[in-house]
Design a protein around this ligand. Structure first.
Ligand code: HEC
Length: 161
């Protein structure tokens, strides 16, 4: 008889435990992240949240554009970014190999929304604990910065030197 009671008790305890396991904080968080991501379009997930809402076709690397980008990067971005190591923000020396030009341009032009609403931005925010501020850069200048970064990724040469 005692044996039966013990087994019943064990059964009840394990049922209570699995019951608590459902809907724990972690699962709710992932569900929230999924909902948030679900509100973004396919384009936004891949290329970031506007102003840029379609592929730009910025063409091949243009060295003159890259030189102008180097100058803007030097003035507006070096407070927080290094090419090959983390600083206030993530390293950007190989960001063009990981993200599309449109994604990078949207990040430069719309950093607050990219950080608050895009899953990549949210992940970066958790790691760097700073929201990148908009640096008063135009779309043309953002394209120039992309070329500066592409030039660095392809040649290893930093046009600011
Ligand atoms: C005040 C600091 C600060 C400045 C200035 C700044 N950034 Fe950022 N940047 C960050 C932080 C922090 C992140 C990580 C995302 C976040 O938390 O907002 C980031 C993220 C990025 C990303 C996304 C990287 C990835 O892996 O996708 C790019 C691209 C970027 N910055 C480019 C630039 C450029 C170009 C400039 C200059 C026009 C600039 N940033 C100026 C702090 C800064």
């Amino acid at each position: 008889m005692q044996q039966v009671i013990r087994i019943l008790l064990l059964l009840i305890i394990s049922l209570v435990y699995t019951g608590c396991g459902n809907g724990n904080g972690e699962e709710r968080e992932t569900a929230a992240a999924r909902d948030e991501a679900a509100e973004l379009t396919e384009f936004e997930l891949e290329h970031g949240i506007g102003p840029v809402t379609e592929r730009l076709d910025i063409g091949d690397l243009d060295v003159e554009r890259a030189r102008r980008g180097a100058d803007i990067f030097d003035r507006r971005c070096t407070a927080c970014h290094r090419m090959g190591r983390r600083f206030v923000g993530p390293p950007v020396g190989d960001v063009t190999e990981e993200r599309s030009p449109e994604f990078i341009i949207n990040f430069i032009l719309n950093p607050e929304e990219m950080t608050n609403r895009h899953p990549v931005g949210q992940e970066l925010l958790q790691e760097y604990m700073t929201i990148m501020p908009y640096q008063n850069v135009t779309k043309e200048q953002a394209i120039e910065i992309v070329d500066f970064l592409r030039y660095y990724a392809e040649t290893g040469e930093d046009l600011r030197d």
